[in-house]
Design a protein around this ligand. Structure first.
Ligand code: GBH
Length: 480
């Protein structure tokens, strides 16, 4: 038996995101986001999937809340669709009362069910109007003003009922996958076979910079005008995998590991906690990485009330001796699933990038805690898909022992990080409450603890993991 534990008021629950679950893209005044338009480009999404119906959650809020209640969840992290609230996105565009009312009711219903809402303002679905008007995140000054305005509209509308705000979900993904590899909306890349436009050597770094300043501006707005009366907390959610050296005895691989964490996480974490970009990034990217103005960095430094951590897996890292390519965004190294001795970092899943390694979770959260002076963490996503799930019959998908084992391992590792390493962690949202639109993978990959039957009216069927997760937390959360 483990003697590790999680603190008494630990908030555990589930996470989702608007475009991945809601559907109803044109209802009650909503306009397109960049994901709506991206999905219409042939070849971008597996099987031509779109978020047009998804889990139909826009019409099934009561059902979704029932799912949360049934499993005993204490919190629910969901995201707002900016395009429902300000359909064209900008600070001079009209606010859509119907969009606001939808979420006001949803938040009220969560409270009535005793579930704490954690609200993400932006989970990748930028209003298409802003992309078309000025290039979205590529135009920092416009984007920052429009995001701050949108954030203020949300604080005003929901601030008295929401105590946990997340500005951005995984800016790494929006910046790199949206502006370097082109795998995600808006699909810009230097790879001319994928897109007619884009410059992978500069645009991701510009987008990332805009996200940081916009985060800082929204936090300042919250602290100046809402925090005192509403009493909430605000932070950003960063993704990042753990790293192990390909050759544990090669100091160059160990060094490359740190560089990988810097390029993927500290790109955003360092400006927020230390007021600068990591030296390794400046060294490799030179002036392609934007410089900080005194005004912008003042907004960004110290702008997290908590650290929102998304974490799924780990990789092996092998250094490179060659010069970095201008398109490189990892820090010039090979990212591998096997080490020098052929050992796999973890078992296979449906997602090529995801091989579970629970100890990596403990190591990463401790590493971040040390680097950033012991901040308060909320784990805002953690979860897995199942190997070969497209070929499995529904009964086997419902009996997802692999996912149960994943949660046992990862929650146990988190309890170790808390009890043995002194990490201040106060919440955890599993990804995800239900199977949903998995971005470029469409509906081929399922991360839910609830099976969604896309062929039969999006009917929800809880999997084994939906029932197992409560007892896992019960085992660790201190009773008094
Ligand atoms: C999360 O990102 C998202 O927040 C969530 O919306 C999503 O549904 C969930 O993961 C499951 O995927 O192979 O080079 O394309 C997790 C972090 C980082 C994982 C990028 C996928 C793809 C790398 N993601 N990664 S690549």
């Amino acid at each position: 038996m483990s003697d590790s534990y999680l603190p008494k008021d630990f908030l555990w629950g589930f996470a989702t995101a608007s475009y991945q679950i809601e559907g109803a893209p044109h209802e009650d005044g909503r306009a397109d986001s960049i994901w709506d338009t991206f999905c219409r480009v042939p070849g971008k999404i597996a099987q031509g999937g779109t978020g047009d119906v998804a889990c139909d959650s826009y019409h099934r809020t009561a059902e979704d809340i029932d799912l949360l209640k049934e499993v005993g969840a204490k919190s629910y992290r969901f995201s707002l669709s900016w395009s429902r609230i300000i359909p064209l996105g900008g600070r001079n565009d009209p606010v859509n009362e119907k969009g606001i009312q939808h979420y006001v009711k949803f938040v009220d219903d969560l409270h009535s069910a005793g579930i704490v809402p954690m609200v993400t303002l932006f989970h990748w679905d930028l209003p298409d109007g802003l992309h078309k008007r000025y290039g979205g995140m590529l135009n920092k000054d416009e984007f920052v003003k429009d995001f701050e305005n949108y954030a203020r509209v949300c604080f005003e509308a929901f601030g008295s009922k929401v105590k946990y705000w997340i500005t951005f979900n995984e800016p790494w993904c929006s910046s790199i996958l949206g502006y370097s590899t082109g795998l995600f909306a808006p699909g810009r890349t230097s790879d001319r076979s994928k897109s007619a436009e884009g410059d992978s050597s500069t645009e991701p770094w510009i987008a990332g910079h805009s996200f940081l300043v916009a985060h800082g501006a929204a936090v300042k707005a919250y602290r100046d005008d809402f925090k005192a009366k509403d009493g909430g907390q605000i932070g950003i959610t960063l993704n990042g995998d753990w790293v192990e050296p390909w050759d544990p005895n090669d100091p160059r691989d160990q060094e490359a590991c740190v560089k990988k964490l810097e390029f993927s996480i500290c790109w955003f974490g360092d400006p927020i906690y230390h007021g600068k970009y990591p030296d390794s990034m400046r060294k490799q990217l030179g002036n392609r990485l934007p410089e900080w103005s005194a005004e912008d960095i003042a907004l960004v430094k110290g702008s997290n009330d908590f650290y929102g951590m998304n974490h799924y897996c780990a990789n092996y890292i092998k250094h490179r001796d060659t010069e970095a390519e201008p398109e490189d965004f990892h820090g010039n190294m090979d990212i591998l699933m096997q080490n020098k001795d052929g050992e796999w970092i973890g078992p296979e899943t449906q997602s090529v990038w995801l091989r579970p390694n629970p100890l990596g979770f403990r190591r990463l959260i401790k590493w971040l805690s040390d680097r950033y002076g012991g901040p308060t963490f909320y784990v805002t996503e953690n979860g897995t898909s199942l190997k070969g799930e497209n070929d499995l019959p529904m009964e086997e998908l419902l009996n997802d022992e692999f996912r149960c084992e994943y949660f046992r391992g990862y929650v146990g590792a988190l309890a170790d990080a808390h009890a043995k390493d002194g990490v201040d962690v106060r919440g955890y949202s599993a990804w995800s409450l239900m199977d949903n639109f998995e971005w470029a993978e469409g509906y081929e990959t399922r991360f839910g603890v609830t099976f969604v039957d896309y062929e039969h009216d999006q009917k929800r069927h809880p999997k084994k993991s939906a029932r197992e997760i409560g007892p896992i937390f019960d085992k660790y959360i201190k009773k008094e």
